[in-house]
Design a protein around this ligand. Structure first.
Ligand code: PEP
Length: 260
C-alpha cells in the first residue's frame, strides 16, 4: 500500500517571511495531523530556511526544494547543490518540472545528473514528466512519457530508484485551469507504471508513488484520487492559499480509493 503524498510547489511566490507565516497558518488550519497522507511544501530557495525553522525537524509537513544543481560545490554562479539543500532540512526535490524544461532548456541528461545528485545525498526526487497538447492530440502521450522516463532513469539500479516519486504533469494542464480527467490521469499513470516495471522492476513499479499535477483544485482532487493509480498530487496555484491547500489535504486524507 502506497502512502498518499501531497506536494505544494510554490514556484516563485512568497518571500521568506510570507512563507514562514503561511506554514504557521497552515499547521493551525489543519486541525488534526493527517496520519494517512504525507505532506511536502516546496518554497523558493530563499524561503527554505525560514520555513524549516517554523516547521522544526519533527513536523509532519516536510520540506522540499524546487530544483538543484548536480555538482556538490564549486564555481557555478547562481546554483544550489544537494548538500546545501540537505543542510537546510530538505527531504524532497522537484526535478524536471515542465517550466524548467521549457523556460530553462532542461533535458534528459541534465535531469538525470540532477536525479543522481539527489539520490547520492539522500534527497527524494519527484521527477515531473508530461506531454504537450500537441503531443496528446497526435496520440503520442505514451511514447513521450516512456521516453522521458527512459532518458532520465537510464543507468540507475532498482535499489536507487526506491526513493523515486514520479509526477505526471500534462503541460496543457499546468496553470491553465484545465485539469486532465480522472480517466486521462489513470491511463497515463498505468503507462508510467508499466514503463517502470519494464525498466526498473515490477517491485519498483508497484512501490513508486505516481502523483498527478495540473490544475488540481478543491473541486477535482477527490475524483482524481478515486483511483488507486493516483497516489497523490503535485499542486501549484491551489497551494498558495492556506484554505484551499488545507481543504485539498483533508480531502486527500478522507477520500478512499475504489481500486480502479
Ligand atoms: C505545477 O506547476 O506543478 C502545477 C501543477 O501547477 P498548477 O496546479 O497551478 O496547475
Amino acid at each position: 500500500m502506497r502512502t498518499r503524498l501531497i506536494v505544494g510547489n510554490w514556484k516563485m511566490n512568497k518571500t521568506a517571511s510570507e512563507a514562514a507565516t503561511f506554514v504557521d497558518e497552515l499547521r493551525q488550519h489543519l486541525s488534526k495531523v493527517p496520519s494517512d497522507v504525507e505532506l511536502v511544501v516546496a518554497p523558493p530557495f530563499t524561503a527554505l530556511e525560514s520555513v524549516g525553522r517554523v516547521l522544526g525537524s519533527e513536523s509532519f509537513i516536510q520540506l522540499g526544494a524546487q530544483n538543484l544543481f548536480w555538482e556538490p560545490k564549486g564555481a557555478y554562479t547562481g546554483e544550489i547543490s544537494a548538500p546545501m539543500l540537505k543542510d537546510l532540512g530538505c527531504r524532497h526535490v522537484i526535478l524536471g518540472h515542465s517550466e524548467r524544461r521549457t523556460l530553462f532548456g532542461e533535458r534528459g541528461d541534465r535531469i538525470r545528473k540532477k536525479l543522481q545528485a539527489a539520490f547520492a545525498h539522500g534527497i527524494r526526487p519527484i521527477l515531473c514528466i508530461g506531454e504537450s497538447l500537441e503531443q496528446r492530440e497526435a496520440g503520442s502521450t505514451d511514447d513521450v512519457l516512456a521516453q522521458q522516463l527512459h532518458e532520465s532513469l537510464a543507468g540507475f539500479s532498482s535499489e536507487t530508484l526506491e526513493s523515486l516519486t514520479v509526477a505526471y504533469e500534462p503541460i496543457w494542464a499546468i496553470g491553465t485551469g484545465r485539469s486532465a480527467t480522472t480517466e486521462q490521469a489513470v491511463a497515463a499513470h498505468q503507462t508510467i507504471r508499466a514503463v517502470l516495471s519494464a525498466t526498473a522492476s515490477p517491485v519498483i513499479a508497484e512501490r513508486t508513488r505516481i502523483l498527478y499535477g495540473g490544475s488540481v483544485t478543491t473541486q477535482n482532487i477527490a475524483s482524481l484520487l478515486s483511483s488507486e493509480q493516483v497516489d497523490g498530487a503535485l499542486i501549484g496555484g491551489a497551494c498558495l492559499e492556506v484554505s484551499s491547500f488545507a481543504t485539498i489535504i483533508s480531502l486527500a486524507s478522507t477520500t478512499r480509493s475504489i481500486g480502479v
